[in-house]
Structures are given as C-alpha cells and as structure tokens.
Write a protein that binds this ligand. Structure first.
Ligand code: MTE
Length: 315
C-alpha cells in the first residue's frame, strides 16, 4: 500500500525481501514487542473481557480451509497508517484512546444518532466467526473475529429509500495518531460499500479477536471485516457511518485510483498494476498458496455483482 511515487520498474518491499531475512526480522520484532507489552492486548481490552462479553459463541456457519493464524503473527504485522507505515504499529497504536468511543450514524437515515460502542454491542449481541483476510499486498491471514453482522447496524439506522451506499470513517486526531500529521494522505481514512454489499451476511463489524476485545493495532474498538474484498476495504477504528446517495470517494481511491478502486474484490486473475495477485503469502508459515476468486467466498457474494460487469470490480 505504501505509495512512494515509485517508478513502474521498482518493486515493493514485500516482494523484494528474501523470506529468511523477513522471518528473522519478524521473530526479533515479535520477541521485542512481547517483552515490552507482555501481551498483545491493551489493559482496557482486558477489563472489557471481564465484563463477560468475550469469548462470544462461535457461529459454526463460518469455517476455514486453513489454520487460524497465531496472534503473535497477525497481531504484529498490521496496516494502520494512522500510526505509521511500518507493519509493526503495535507500540505506536497503544496511544489510541478507545474509551469512551461513540459511533455517529448520519446521512440518509430516519433520524441521525450517536451510540457508545458498548451500548451498541449490548443491543446487537456478539458472535465469533472464522474469516480469511487477504491484503492487496498479497499476504493473508485467518482469524477468529468477534462482532456482529453489519446488517444489524443498518437496521438500527433505518436508512431512507434514497440511500445507496454506506460510508465509514475512521477517527481524526493528529495528537494521538502521528501518521495523520502527514499531508500526503487524505485523512481521515474513509471506506464505502453499496447497500447490497452492506446487507450481505458476510459483512461483519468487529469488536474482538482471539476471544477478547480488539487490541488497538487491529483497529479497536470497532472495525469492519469484508473478507471477499482486499483488506484495505476493512476500515479500522470507525467513528462515523453515513448513508449516502453518492458513491463515497475512498481513502486509497483518492490516492491512487488506478491501483485501489472502490470495489476491490479479490481476484487472482486480475493483477495489481505492480504485482501479481495469483498467490498470497500466509502470515506465520510464509507458505505461498493460490488466491481464490472473492477470497473463497464466491458462493455468498458473486450474485452481488450481476449486472455490474462494466465496473472495475477487481481493482
Ligand atoms: N483502516 C485504517 N483506518 N487505517 C489503515 O491504515 N489499513 C487497511 C485496513 N484498514 C487501514 C485500515 C489495510 S491495507 C489492511 S490490509 C487491513 O486494515 C489490515 O488489517 P490488520 O492490520 O488487522 O491485518
């Protein structure tokens, strides 16, 4: 995702780093972070876990074709540009103040409102789902997310007939998030789905992972998981959900529309302009496995795109 105004012949770091170097660097970073933090979970998260919400019952309808990625890998290899462009944002993300946290619902809805994350959770209930996650940079993981279907929030919002898109916005606070001091990026991070995508059962709002509240670097206290799309669609630390008639101009689309479009559905046959999407590197094992159309969720989502074949559905 790093946009350094690279020339076409330059390849990104993740393709250039030999795996042995990559692995030993990760082992070192993982060890250092473990010692510093003792755990990958922030203290607030541990308190909330004591409230009895976690672990939530697992929904058996969501299974994996691969092993769950151990947290020591997925929890220390993150994209969270608000806290820097390094994958090891864990220490920096500790500065994220996640409580109190409210989410504003506005735009084309019956009546705009704001709701605290904990109130929201108590209204809708939580479940655990095993999901794959495929980053546009060609790495992947499989994680047990805890959360609730996005459709439950849509129902609470009572959108008006004219609403065609759901737009999500991340917090904006330069004092907390050093990455937001960079003028290069069009902060705040913004993402969007069509109403049909938001109503698909796979679209999931996440408040926890590995049976406990979401550690900051994963996008606490509430983020999206849309596993059939490239990972950048799964926006973190959401403060606002707006219902709109116009298609949102998303963060990465605003930066580099030719590389990171609105739809961004996973497709191994459509390469990124600068690298292949045919395979992915699995976090933890570093094994390369074939990437699947819609990241393996075609049965559940392919119908969403009937009649939209003229759109750039896979970029
Ligand atoms: N959301 C915000 N607000 N900021 C980000 O930088 N990165 C995206 C997505 N959501 C990002 C974000 C990208 S590129 C990916 S791949 C996933 O978060 C990474 O999620 P993970 O760190 O939990 O693996």
């Amino acid at each position: 995702m790093l946009i350094k105004r690279r020339r076409a012949w330059e390849i990104p770091e993740h393709l250039a780093t030999p795996e042995s170097v990559f692995l030993s660097r990760r082992a070192l970073l993982g060890g250092a972070a473990g010692l510093a933090a003792g755990s990958l979970v922030a203290p607030r998260a541990l308190l909330a876990a004591e409230g009895g919400l976690y672990p939530a019952p697992r929904n058996p309808a969501y299974t994996l074709d691969r092993a769950v990625t151990p947290e020591r890998f997925s929890g220390d290899y993150n994209n969270f540009y608000e806290f820097g462009t390094s994958k090891s944002v864990l220490p920096a993300a500790n500065a994220l103040k996640t409580s109190p946290w409210t989410v504003k619902i506005d735009g084309l809805v019956e009546k705009p409102f704001e709701i605290g994350v904990e109130d929201l959770i108590r209204k809708v209930g939580l479940e655990e789902r095993l999901y794959r996650h495929r980053c546009v940079e060609a790495w992947s993981m499989a994680v047990p997310w805890t959360g609730f279907p996005l459709s439950k929030l849509v129902a609470l919002a009572k959108p008006a007939a004219g609403a065609q898109y759901v737009q999500f916005q991340t917090f904006l606070d330069k004092s907390m998030a050093p990455g937001q001091r960079s003028f290069f990026y069009p902060w705040p991070y913004l993402e969007g789905l069509t109403m049909a995508e938001a109503g698909n059962d796979l679209a999931f709002l996440v408040t926890g992972v590995y049976g406990k509240p979401l550690p900051n670097q994963f996008g606490a206290p509430i983020r999206l998981a849309v596993p059939w799309k490239y990972g950048f669609k799964s926006i973190k630390s959401i403060v606002k959900v707006s219902f709109t008639a116009e298609r949102p101009k998303t963060f990465w689309e605003g930066l580099q529309a030719a590389e990171y479009g609105f739809w961004a559905n996973v497709n191994p046959a459509v390469p990124h302009p600068r690298w292949s999407q045919a395979t992915e590197r699995v976090l933890g094992t570093n094994e390369r496995v074939p990437t699947l159309i819609y990241n393996g969720y075609g049965d559940q989502v392919a119908d969403l795109y009937k009649g939209l074949e003229k759109e750039r559905l896979f970029v």
